[in-house]
Design a protein. Sequence first.
Length: 213
Amino acid sequence: MEGTSTDNYAPVKSALPWAIGIQNFFLRRVRHSVLDMLQRIGARTVLDVCSGGGALAYMIQQRGMSVQAVDGSPTMAEYSRSQYGIIPKVARAEALPYHQQFDAAVIGMTLHELGEEQREQVWQRVEDAVKNTGIIIAVDYTVPPPSVINNMLSKLTTLDESNFDTVNPGHYQDYQRFMAAGGLVPWLQKRKGYFYDERTHLFGNIAVVAVMK
């Protein structure tokens, strides 16, 4: 296991089927956007960073692409194997052992839970893993236009994220800082990358952005 640390999900292993089931329900359209983007660019090899329960990696595989899943949690890796037959490499995202091997990489619902320095390290490792002509697809929270429903969704998301501090201390504070700066879209814009494609879901609360390397 390259560069692994404490398995934060081991203590909540029994709750994973319930938690991942809810996530799969809310992210199903988000994942279809990811699949559409991958197919638009003709990706044949895909790196799924922080692959979690394995649903997206499985969907990518079902579309005929070769996928390498990576996750830092042995507990998540085992769930992915048992539920989807996807066997992730267990490694931290900031220690990805790849160099220009993939047509595309996906990193989903992860950047918001990292401190700024770690976020930069992870993004650099993802960039290193993708070929020079490749694309990185990021999925994460972003600040939507103000509305009554978005205010409600924001409060629910904030409550959900605060609960993650019991699993991953510091998670909630990193989420708050990320959102205070506008979330995913402004963070990517500051990097001055070329946006190949951009879509939003859940009334603009989640962005799916494909960035050319």
